[in-house]
Design a protein around this ligand. Structure first.
Ligand SMILES: [Ca+2]
Ligand SMILES: [Ca+2]
Length: 497
């Protein structure tokens, strides 16, 4: 499968058709990731593989249903220091032409890797975690079924005993595998997220290991190990509380803020979309939630069955004008203010004209469920960024009454949520496709569309004219479909084939 995203943030390399992403840590320190596409592979080693351990079997088919970004390199000492300020690594001794900071971090326990990831996630550059053991082996194999992802002399492709000079080496000095990943074999072992357990026979989807255990898995072998330990299928494990000079780790970045896609409107006006994952979430608010209204319950589980592209911003006045040839808005101080004074019916005219441009795919409004799913971005708190009982943090995330100077503002001035969406809280309310109705009950539903008939359409997210509690993720409001308001606009979904 070849990916042809048009992206602002992703670079396509001629020798590698997979999208890549680079994030920048404080101090200009970069981490580069490769997109690993969904697929199938056989996990484990065949009975006749030389020097295999018995826990590498039974071989079993694994489906990885979601793409993910995997670090091209092991996490380096430089990256660790950029996040944690300290360097626990043992291998800091000087060597010719080597800056030790570009060696993998070593001597970090599994628990310490979690603290690193926690701090990294707090930088809001994306969502990071360790790979599962299956994700690790899938990527290490890069489509191969033999003992290593390469053929030939192991030492040519990996740092292993007895040619490692008894230490780690700069990451990326050995050739990459077919997916652009370096040092999956050797240099340092790499912690995985799973608790260790024997494999079971039969095919599995997205395995994550048991829910509890004593020891965490690590993979890939190291400078300390003889080549057999570096095989793709080889498994090793230790309690999560201890670090070793032969173990480091590699990061997964969730693809949710990975792929951006740009729609080009007439006049070259662009609209940025971002891919949100399929998933499920608890829709609505608990009765204990401060500021809630009764129509936000009962809380019910909703599955969003397909990934989708959502506009990272409210539709702006420039974008509306590019499609409609006129701007109905009142707050015209800036062309990138959100469009307002558009009724639900106006949004349907806008969408008809936009879809008549014959761009790839089709555009539509989000359903109410899609909207709340996107606003929550994995959170269960009042706002996407936390509960914020005193509304101290809301100021950084959204425009609301008393702090908005009585008007809408240029889109994207506040912080995005964890999935890269701006102004999901505040600025202007956003029309959803659904007719408004009370939630039926607490039964789980998939891709709910709202009732077939009604009198009012749902709007979500609160606005510059509303008190902070109206900006909560679960809050629902509605308007007559002919109503036009200076604090009501829209955001789009782009359905791609
Ligand atoms: Ca390694
Ligand atoms: Ca909004």
């Amino acid at each position: 499968m070849i990916f042809v995203w048009l992206m602002a943030l992703t670079t396509l390399f001629a020798d590698n058709p997979l999208p890549r992403r680079t994030i920048e840590l404080p101090g200009n320190v970069k981490i580069e990731f490769a997109y690993i596409a969904p697929g199938n592979f056989v996990m484990g080693s065949p009975n006749d593989e030389a020097n295999r351990d018995v826990d590498e079997g039974p071989e079993h088919p694994v489906t990885i249903t979601h793409g993910y970004y995997l670090g091209l390199q092991e996490v380096t000492q430089r990256q660790w220091v950029a996040v944690m300020d300290t360097n626990p690594s043992v291998f800091r001794q000087p060597a010719e032409d080597e800056d030790h900071l570009d060696r993998p971090v070593d001597s970090v326990s599994w628990q310490e890797s979690q603290r690193f990831i926690q701090r990294l996630n707090a930088l809001a550059l994306g969502r990071f975690r360790l790979p599962t053991e299956a994700e690790w082996e899938y990527a290490a194999r890069a489509g191969t079924t033999r003992p290593y992802a390469f053929d030939g002399d192991v030492h040519q492709f990996a740092w292993a005993n007895s040619r490692s000079m008894a230490r780690t080496h700069l990451v990326g000095r050995k050739p990459s595998n077919a997916w652009g990943l370096h040092d999956m074999h050797g240099n340092v072992w790499e912690w995985c997220s799973d608790w260790y357990a024997p494999y079971t026979a039969g095919s599995v989807k997205d395995p994550i290991g048991p829910m509890s255990g004593k020891e965490k898995v690590f993979r890939g072998g190291s400078w300390y190990d003889f080549p057999d330990a570096l095989r793709s299928a080889n498994r090793h494990r230790h309690t999560p509380d201890k670090g070793f000079t032969s173990i480091g780790f590699r990061l997964v970045m969730e693809p949710t803020i990975g792929e951006e896609k740009l729609a080009i409107l007439p006049g070259g006006i662009t609209m940025r979309f971002i891919r949100l994952p399929a998933g499920d979430f608890a829709m609505g608010s608990q009765q204990s939630e401060a500021g809630r209204a009764p129509d936000e319950g009962p809380v019910h589980r909703v599955t969003i069955s397909k990934p989708m592209f959502m506009g990272i911003h409210e539709v702006t006045q420039t974008q509306w004008s590019a499609v409609m040839g006129q701007n109905p808005s009142v707050f015209t101080e800036h062309e990138n203010n959100p469009v307002e004074m558009v009724s639900w019916r106006d949004t349907q005219d806008f969408l008809s004209r936009l879809n008549a441009l014959n761009l790839e795919g089709t555009f539509r409004l989000p359903t109410e469920a899609e909207w709340e799913y996107a606003a929550r971005a994995g959170s269960t708190t009042r706002f996407g960024f936390g509960d914020d009982p005193e509304y101290g943090a809301l100021l950084q995330h959204g425009w609301f009454y008393s702090r908005a100077e009585g008007r809408s503002h240029i889109v994207g001035l506040k912080k995005p949520n964890a999935w890269g969406l701006f102004d999901m809280h505040g600025n202007v309310w956003e029309w959803c496709s659904d007719w408004f109705a009370p939630y039926a009950d607490d039964q789980a539903v998939t891709d709910p569309q709202g009732p077939a008939l009604g009198t009012h359409r749902v709007i979500r997210g609160g606005s510059w004219f509303n008190e902070p509690e109206a900006l909560r993720s679960a809050n629902r409001h509605r308007h007559d479909p002919d109503s036009r308001q200076t604090n009501l606009g829209l955001r789009l979904i782009w359905v791609l084939p």
